[in-house]
Design a protein around this ligand. Structure first.
Ligand code: ZN
Length: 278
């Protein structure tokens, strides 16, 4: 099988998984996913990053990406959530976004050495449409899995289900509908968002927009770090279409922007659109 065929098959599979929004998670391959096997290593080597600065062209909803950088499949305290998605080439980012995210995880690993995180879908290597997402087109968007807790302890049993994670449902208080003893760790979500913005600014970026289910914002802002987030100038969406709203409960989405850069990249001067993206 050629690598093109693998990529095509993988992309199709992921797209279908997301589209169907399977409600029954499968726990097959849960442990398998944690292994960085030969195929993953070979892929990372094949796509190893060049030294040319990335260029985000256009907008998150209508754009492309040049000189993309691949997220590592796994780091000390994070892992990419779905092997097929990764091998289908959906884990690419603008280099400055990638650097901001990696520095954030480094910071989190020092502050919370036993807390682990999952990165969900990013962008294609050359950007452009990435079915079924409407955005994620220019390497400036990234989905982060919600960190969960159960009995005040980190809970990871839902982290290993791959693309079907997008279909998990949480109620308006952030409790997992199939097991309300499992809930979103909102304080950690807010803390991570603040760190991402802090390190993004060191890379000439900032968080342009956070997308999270509207009904969860109260819970998010009620936490210790959530209060800081609310007081910050980080924009958390105020309205979403019902479908997009319903999807952003198991993960939150961040669009990075160059808003605060003193020397915005020529390729990124097109203003981002703050209208809720569908
Ligand atoms: Zn997203």
């Amino acid at each position: 099988m050629t690598s093109n065929k693998i990529q095509f098959t993988g992309a199709k599979k992921i797209g279908l998984s997301l589209l169907l929004l399977l409600s029954v998670p499968t726990f097959l391959n849960a442990q398998e996913r944690l292994r960085v096997d030969y195929e993953i290593m070979e892929y990372m080597q094949l796509k190893s990053n060049d030294d040319t600065a990335s260029a985000a062209i256009g907008t998150v909803g209508n754009g492309t990406l040049k000189h993309a950088k691949l997220m590592p499949y796994k780091g000390k305290n994070f892992i990419y959530f779905d092997r097929d998605s990764y091998l289908a080439g959906r884990g690419f980012l603008h280099g400055s976004v990638r650097n901001s995210v990696l520095t954030t995880y480094d910071s989190l690993s020092r502050a919370l050495p036993h807390r682990y995180f999952n990165i969900m879908e990013c962008s294609n290597e050359h950007g452009g449409e990435m079915f079924p997402h409407k955005t994620h087109q220019n390497g400036m968007s990234i989905d982060f899995m919600m960190p969960l807790i159960k009995n005040n302890k980190p809970y990871y049993a839902l982290d290993t289900i791959g693309a079907t994670h997008y279909a998990l449902n949480f109620d308006d208080d952030g409790k997992y509908t199939r097991d309300p003893s499992v809930s979103i760790d909102f304080n950690l979500v807010a803390r991570k968002i603040l760190l991402l913005d802090y390190f993004a600014r060191q890379n000439g970026l900032n968080i342009f927009k956070v997308i999270i289910k509207i009904e969860l914002k109260d819970e998010l802002f009620a936490t210790e770090y959530g209060k800081l987030l609310k007081a910050s100038d980080i924009y958390v969406v105020q309205g979403l279409s019902p479908l997009i709203n319903a999807l952003h409960d198991d993960h939150f989405h961040i669009d990075f922007g160059h808003t605060y850069s003193k020397t915005p990249q020529a390729e990124s001067t097109e203003p981002f659109d703050r209208v809720p993206v569908e």
